[in-house]
Structure formats: C-alpha cells, structure tokens
Design a protein around this ligand. Structure first.
Ligand SMILES: NC(=O)c1ccc[n+]([C@@H]2O[C@H](COP(=O)([O-])OP(=O)(O)OC[C@H]3O[C@@H](n4cnc5c(N)ncnc54)[C@H](OP(=O)(O)O)[C@@H]3O)[C@@H](O)[C@H]2O)c1
Length: 326
C-alpha cells in the first residue's frame, strides 16, 4: 500500500490506517468473550494482510476490550511490534468512574493521563505506544499538567510521540504554550457527509453556508504546522451505505447514490470511493477505517489505487453538502 510519512516523526505509515474500536464487542461492561476475541483478531489479521501498518485505539473502546483483543496478535505474528505503529488515546471518562454518580466527562489531569496509559500498556501487552492522543478537548484543561504527564511518559519510554483528537487550532495553540513535544496528529471526524471542516473552508465570506461551519481553519492550521490529519468515521460509520437501502435523509441518500455511481465508474465498491475522496485531499489525510469485516477491509483498501479528478472530488462534495458551492 502507498504510504505517508507522519511529519515530525520517523513513522512511514500506510495512507489507510485500521481503527480498532469495533474489535472488542459493544460498550457494555464485562469481560472479553472468546468469540469476540477470535473475530477481533481476524479483523486485525485482515488489515495486516492487506498491508496496513497503523492501528488506532483508545483506552475506552469497548471499555478496554479492544486493546485487550488486539494484544493476541503478538503471538500470532512474531516480531510484529516493531513493524507497526500503535496509537491510543486518553481523556474520556465514563459515568460512574470511579464512583457511582460521577458524570461522563473529559479529564486531562496528569493523574488520569498517567493512569490511562498504564492501563493501555497493560491491555495491549506492550512496553510503549508510538503515539498518544488527547481524545476530546477538556474544558478544564491545564496545559502545564498535560505537559508534565507527557514528559513523564516520554522519559519513561512509554510514549514516543503525542497528538490530539477533535481539537481546534486554538486549542492546540493553548496546549503548545506548555507542551514542548511536537503534536503530530489531529484526529477529526471527516467524511463525505460530515464535511464541516472542509465546508468551513469553502464557505469563508459567504452569507449563508449550506451546513454549520464550526472548526473553521482547523485543517489549514494542521497543514501549516505539519500535523497529520486523520479522519475518523471515514465511511460515516456505515450510514452512507445504509442510505442506499433507503435509510437517512435526502442529503444522505443523495450522497450515497452519487458515491455508488462513481464507484461503478471506477470499478470498486462504494466504501473505496468514500475513502478515495479523503485521500485526494492535498493535506495527506489518513482515514481510520473501522469495518470489522475482513472482506470489507480488503474491498475498502482498493481506495489506495483510485484516483479522483478535481471534478469528481467536487461533485462528491456537492452531493455530501446537498448543494453546490457558490
Ligand atoms: N477520535 C475519535 O473521537 C473517534 C471517534 C470514533 C471512532 N474513532 C476511530 O475511528 C475508527 C473508525 O470509526 P468508524 O468505525 O466510525 O469508521 P467507519 O469506517 O466510518 O465505519 C465502520 C462502521 O461502518 C460499518 N460499515 C462500513 N461499510 C459498510 C457497508 N458497506 N455496509 C454496512 N455497514 C458498513 C461497519 O460495520 P462492519 O464492522 O459490520 O463492517 C462499521 O460498523 C474507529 O475504529 C476508531 O479507531 C475515533
């Protein structure tokens, strides 16, 4: 597969990464079921077999069971650890954690960041993670505290590089006030129908944007500062595919029909065309593919060889916005 260099790091990674949120079963508490473990490993092996070398996790995915399921790969594929890049995230806490009555919240305290990474390392059965992301902006963030935690993790050899997810340009600037390590990734929700960050750029100085334009400048900021942009839910978590079956609103169905027609023209499945749309963006966006089905992983990765023209790219944006650009 074709690769990108994650700027500010030595990592040469496949342009399509594999997201492990689905390999640990659902979100309910409880142990990892044997059947889920087997199915999860089959998904990871399918991703490795197509050549993917970047795996995205979070401490919270399936309440830790995704990291646990993933760790089975070390026995299956000896010598793999140094050949792949593992990224995980911290900072979201579920309700009733640690005590009954605690609300769902974000927590960038040093204490929580350090405890979260220890948990991830234990479940992943590895001594280090390659990249640690702050998952969602904490309204109570103290940049000095984050910086102190990052420094401890770096010095202990437990985390090699750091980044963020769902952060705006100004939120990154605020963190950079204290954090001396480079922030190398910003992972953002981005797909043909959740196109706000791209739409914000093409709507500058217009009276009536077709869609909300929050996040204006985020993509441009990341490009300027060599922060790799990753796209989570690159297939809109299956909503576009399901719209072909009649689900979703008019805009979703329009986007699905257009993507399906373009896929037919390109001789690939619709998921591959949706990923190719992200890969065509000049920022070097890395989609985090989330399907758990080995066949879908293989079919989706055909995106690597799909070239979209400027006209095809804008036609897809038009379908995703539900209106043409002005
Ligand atoms: N940073 C964040 O805040 C954040 C948030 C969410 C996710 N993430 C990361 O992003 C990764 C990807 O997210 P995602 O799972 O939403 O990605 P996605 O690739 O957009 O969607 C995958 C989901 O769509 C379904 N799907 C895909 N193609 C389909 C088709 N043709 N027909 C029907 N269903 C289809 C899959 O079902 P099957 O499994 O059955 O194929 C799966 O449930 C996650 O694994 C995680 O690593 C990050």
């Amino acid at each position: 597969m074709k690769t990108y260099r994650i700027a500010q790091t030595p990592f040469e990674v496949t342009r399509i990464a594999y997201g492990c949120m689905g390999i640990g079963g659902g979100w309910d508490p409880g142990p990892l079921a044997a059947q889920t473990r087997v199915a999860g490993l089959a998904s990871v092996k399918a991703a490795l077999d197509v050549g993917i070398n970047f795996f995205d996790h979070a401490d919270i995915y399936a309440r830790g069971r995704c990291e646990e399921a993933f760790s089975g790969i070390w026995k299956e594929v000896p010598g793999l650890r140094s050949r792949i890049v593992i990224q995980t995230k911290c900072g979201i806490r579920f309700e009733n954690d640690p005590a009954q009555g605690a609300p769902q919240r974000y927590d960038y305290s040093s204490e929580h960041i350090l405890a979260s990474v220890e948990g991830s390392l234990r479940r992943l059965k590895t001594d280090y993670v390659d990249i640690l992301l702050l998952h969602r902006p904490d309204a109570l963030v103290e940049p000095d505290e984050v910086a102190a935690a990052f420094e401890k993790l770096y010095v202990a050899g437990k985390v090699r590089y750091f980044g963020v997810s769902n952060h705006s340009a100004w939120q990154i600037e605020l963190l950079k006030k204290s954090i001396t390590h480079p922030l190398v990734v910003n992972q953002l929700e981005l797909n043909v129908v959740h196109n706000q960050l791209i739409n914000a750029g093409v709507s500058v100085n217009q009276d009536e944007p077709a869609l909300p334009t929050h996040g204006e400048g985020t993509l441009e900021y990341c490009r300027l500062h060599d922060i790799t942009i990753q796209a989570w839910s690159p297939l809109a978590h299956g909503r576009i595919a399901r719209a072909l079956g009649g689900q979703g609103d008019e805009r979703m169905r329009g986007a699905a029909e257009f993507a399906a027609s373009l896929a037919k023209k390109k001789g690939v499945g619709m998921d591959a065309v949706l990923l190719a749309w992200l890969l065509r963006h000049p920022a070097g966006i890395q989609p985090i593919l989330g399907t758990t089905q080995p066949d879908r992983i293989r079919e989706s990765c055909k995106a690597d060889d799909v070239e979209l023209t400027r006209e095809e790219w804008y036609a897809m944006l038009t379908a995703g916005r539900g209106s043409k650009v002005a």
